[in-house]
Design a protein around this ligand. Structure first.
Ligand code: CU
Ligand code: ZN
Length: 174
């Protein structure tokens, strides 16, 4: 029963979502692997009230944490995705974890992959930090999204020391 309880709770939550009218994703990012890598995935962004709900499903990772950020340029053209630039930082803040008082708007923290290399992450980010409105100063539409090889340590400036870029996407309106 101890093992079953979280599973039952999980399915109850899923059933609850299925019966309420689920909002249509407003923006989508399709992660493609950088050269020599296999990481891929899909990330959806939905606005609900004053929150942006981020739902990430990523595959092809080594088990453990991987830095995950919105980057300032929606340009995945470089084989190593350095073309996406640094972290999206419209507020000119220091780098940090998503729940730290100070962090870049694009600091989504870490994706944590299981033994099979799959990671899923659900984040709720205040709409004061990121916007899905095209042209807004903090809009993430047209920006990059990067999954890194290493964990974000939430400290090292300005990157979190998350290492190489395994996958890159451009965030697009649906
Ligand atoms: Cu990054
Ligand atoms: Zn950052």
């Amino acid at each position: 029963m101890r093992l079953l309880t979280p599973l039952l709770l999980g399915s109850a939550v899923l059933a609850g979502c299925a019966t309420t009218s689920e909002p249509t994703p407003i923006a989508i990012a399709s992660l493609s692997p950088t050269q020599g890598n296999t990481t891929n995935g899909t990330v959806s962004f939905v606005q609900k009230g004053n929150q942006i709900l981020v739902d990430a499903r990523v595959d092809g990772l080594t088990p453990g944490p991987h830095g995950f950020h919105v980057h300032e340029k929606g340009d995945c053209s470089a084989p190593d995705a350095t073309s996406a630039g640094g972290h999206f930082n419209p507020g000119n803040r220091p780098h940090g974890g998503p729940s730290h008082a100070e962090h870049h708007a694009g600091d989504f923290g870490n994706l944590v992959a299981d033994a099979s290399g799959k990671a899923s992450l659900q984040l709720s980010v205040p709409a004061s930090e990121i916007s899905l409105a095209q042209g807004a100063p903090n809009s993430i539409i047209g920006k990059g999204l990067i999954v890194h090889a290493d964990p974000d340590d939430y400290k090292t400036q300005p990157t979190g020391n998350a290492g190489k870029r395994l996958a890159c996407a451009v965030i697009r309106l649906r």
